[in-house]
Design a protein around this ligand. Structure first.
Ligand SMILES: [Zn+2]
Length: 210
């Protein structure tokens, strides 16, 4: 596995260098050699989300889909919090059943994520993508076993202070991973190649079956 970009929506030029989020599918036609995450985005949850999850379950049986997501909470967009939570809990069950970690989309509702992590005690790691919170919030999440990844828009203090074995970078399909790596490299005063080696290693650890 050679993943640099832990969250995007577009196929990378070099197959296998990104985890490409495809919602509940289908897989793109030129999918060979690419890695995918599949999940029901909180914006897309409908009343009959169980049907959406049926499609998701088929994808999760595929070895080229090593992660569930993005899923989670968005207080600014999408259906009611209650419905978002029901769909999220069902996806936690799938993540545990298929032994695949989760990539989370969380807008202004870290409390719900922490509450569910505490009460349900899942074994799979969770990673919040596009994290823009401060170091204190990051430590609170780490204390619950929740990881974060950084895109170009981030809190520099957090990106500076994250331990190298927990460093994850992403594009969310909006930039190139080279840009995110150079930003991290400048902030952390670490050569880009070293950053690259760290994030590949961390992505491999995160996505290897456990
Ligand atoms: Zn995304």
């Amino acid at each position: 596995m050679n993943i640099l970009d832990i969250h995007t929506h577009v196929l990378p030029q070099v197959p296998g260098t990104a985890l490409v989020c495809i919602g509940c599918g289908p897989l793109p036609e030129n999918e060979e050699g690419h890695w995918f995450s599949a999940g029901l985005h909180p914006w897309d949850v409908t009343e009959d989300f169980e049907n959406q999850l049926d499609a998701l379950e088929i994808l999760l049986a595929n070895p080229w889909v090593p992660a569930v997501g993005e899923c989670g909470f968005d207080t600014l967009k999408g259906p009611s919090h209650d419905l978002q939570e029901q769909a999220f809990i069902r996806q936690i069950e799938l993540s545990e059943r298929y032994a695949k970690p989760m990539i989370l989309h969380v807008v202004r509702d870290f409390d719900s994520v922490i509450r569910l992590r505490r009460t349900l005690k899942p074994e799979q790691p969770w990673l919040i993508h596009g994290f823009r919170g401060g170091p204190e919030q990051m430590s609170q999440l780490y204390a619950q076993g929740i990881l974060v990844s950084f895109g170009l828009k981030n809190n520099p203090e957090s990106l500076k202070s994250v331990p190298s074995d927990r460093l994850f970078l992403e594009t969310d399909g909006k930039t190139t991973i080279v840009q995110t790596i150079s930003l991290a490299s400048a902030l952390r005063e670490t050569p880009p190649q070293t950053i690259q080696n760290q994030i590949t290693k961390n992505a491999t650890n995160l996505l290897s079956p456990r």
